[in-house]
Design a binder for this molecule. Structure first.
Ligand code: ZN
Length: 143
């Protein structure tokens, strides 16, 4: 993916975020995350049935990186199994921290592969995924 394509993915997902909006349905699991080094406040809502992510939404006030990362994440996680979600989460986190990672299935999330060059934006990109991680942890507790 070249840098123009990366920027386009980020701008498109910032201007027209996918799956954005609060959902009033208590079958959705929820988690909030704040970023003390930026304006970001993100809530992720996820409907899980039979170990499959049936729906993901997010809401909140966030910068361009955080909003676009959340938007791309929601698209990526829909219809994935919890095991696939964990693997994507792990690989996205490694990519953001500039560690070795498996780029398989990361798709548009690969647009964030140079965020490590802006250390103060790392948390922005990771924040929605950290909310997802919180949700996944509550699932493990129930299992
Ligand atoms: Zn931010």
């Amino acid at each position: 993916m070249d840098s123009i394509e990366k920027r386009n993915i980020m701008m498109e997902n910032y201007r027209n975020p996918k799956n954005k909006g609060l959902i009033n349905d208590n079958s959705y699991l929820q988690a909030d995350m704040n970023n003390s080094s930026c304006i970001d406040e993100v809530k992720v809502m996820m409907k899980v049935e039979n170990n499959i992510v049936k729906d993901v939404k997010f809401t909140g006030e966030a910068c361009a990186i955080c909003t676009s990362s959340a938007s791309v994440m929601t698209e990526l996680l829909k219809d994935k199994s919890i095991m696939e979600v964990k693997s994507l989460m792990e690989n996205f986190t490694k990519m953001i921290k500039h560690e070795d990672y498996d780029e398989r299935d990361l798709d548009k999330a690969l647009a964030f592969d140079e965020i490590y060059k802006q250390p103060n934006r790392i948390v922005c990109a990771l924040l929605p995924w950290q909310a997802t991680e919180k949700i996944i942890k509550t699932l493990d507790k129930d299992a």
